[in-house]
Design a protein around this ligand. Structure first.
Ligand code: SF4
Ligand code: SF4
Length: 300
């Protein structure tokens, strides 16, 4: 049976869709957003996080590591290139300073977790949200999971950055109730500089999706100095009008990802800008609010 790399299954969430939901986080993302708040989701393989503040330097991890890739007395404490993810160090750590991020799971294993909360979904009108990372990057596994969810009658939301061919995207639409599509910027050059990918395919997918029957919610992270200039907002507004967007969630920049950067092996750097208050997005919200369009701040 196909396996996917999943880095978290979060129960009892009241965000990311209607009602009480279970969020299944896929690991791995092809984008490199400078502001990513889940840097531990970027690498496709499982990896180990080191929480320095919890470490008491007991040396248990160093003693047990069969590959000899831990040296607590060296400034480069871990040689991750040669780690085989055996998890022995994680299990030996008395303070949970080491954490495994991501593990291989089958669809059946995920469904078993999901089913634990059937009563909550039924009572609240909730369901399952597929998030990440970027779930469409593990396309075959995603298809299998979505089919199983559909067979069992779950309400399904998928959060995606839209970086996928239309041919693939339209294959998953029948098994999804709501698509949360991230639009990180309209300007092609700026998009490339801040995410390391082009936005043409994403914008085209947005247009195609709005021509179909699937409910689409646009989620737009507002990042100071990247996409919050007046010109950016005008272009965003024009784009939303062109595709006839009906629901938009503006997401204020926050620094949740910053603390995680130092716990994992990543090339991501701190943006060193403060988190935004929701109230700071009110002006932008008003600028793109038109009749027939719902625009809210938050909704994450
Ligand atoms: S996961 Fe295994 S190989 Fe990697 S550092 Fe820990 S004990 Fe060593
Ligand atoms: S086992 Fe845990 S607490 Fe002990 S040195 Fe290793 S990381 Fe630190």
């Amino acid at each position: 049976m196909e396996k996917g790399v999943i880095f978290n299954i979060q129960r009892y969430s009241v965000n990311d869709g209607p009602g009480i939901r279970t969020i299944v986080f896929f690991k791995g993302c092809p984008m490199r957003c400078a502001w990513c708040d889940n840097p531990e989701s970027i690498a496709f393989k499982p990896q180990i996080a080191f929480h320095k503040k919890k470490c008491i330097n007991c040396g248990a991890c160093m003693e047990i590591c069969p590959k000899g890739v831990i040296n607590i007395n060296h400034k480069n404490r871990f040689d991750w290139e040669n780690c085989n993810n055996c998890e022995k160090c994680v299990n030996s750590c008395p303070t949970e300073a080491l954490e495994m991020i991501g593990r291989l799971m089958t669809v059946d294993e995920i469904m078993k977790e999901i089913k634990k909360d059937d009563a909550f979904y039924n009572k609240s009108g909730g369901g399952i949200t597929i998030s990440g990372g970027e779930a469409t990057s593990q396309f075959k596994f995603l298809q299998e999971l979505l089919k199983s969810l559909k067979v069992e009658g779950y309400h399904v939301v998928i959060e995606t950055n839209g970086l996928i061919t239309w041919e693939k995207l339209e294959k998953i639409i029948p098994n999804v109730d709501i698509i949360y599509l991230d639009i990180k910027g309209i300007d092609a050059e700026k998009h490339w500089q801040n995410t390391n990918v082009e936005n043409a395919v994403i914008l085209q997918n947005a247009e195609n999706l709005l021509q179909g029957n699937c409910k689409v919610v646009f989620r737009i992270p507002i990042i100071p100095g990247f996409n919050d200039f007046l010109e950016d907002i005008h272009r965003l507004d024009d784009f939303l009008s062109t595709v006839k967007a009906k629901e938009i969630h503006l997401l204020p920049y926050h620094r949740f990802g910053e603390d995680k950067i130092e716990t994992i092996q990543t090339e991501q750097k701190s943006l060193e800008i403060p988190s935004m208050e929701r109230s700071e997005l009110e002006t932008i919200r008003r600028k793109i609010q038109h009749s027939g369009r719902i625009v809210i701040v938050g909704g994450e």
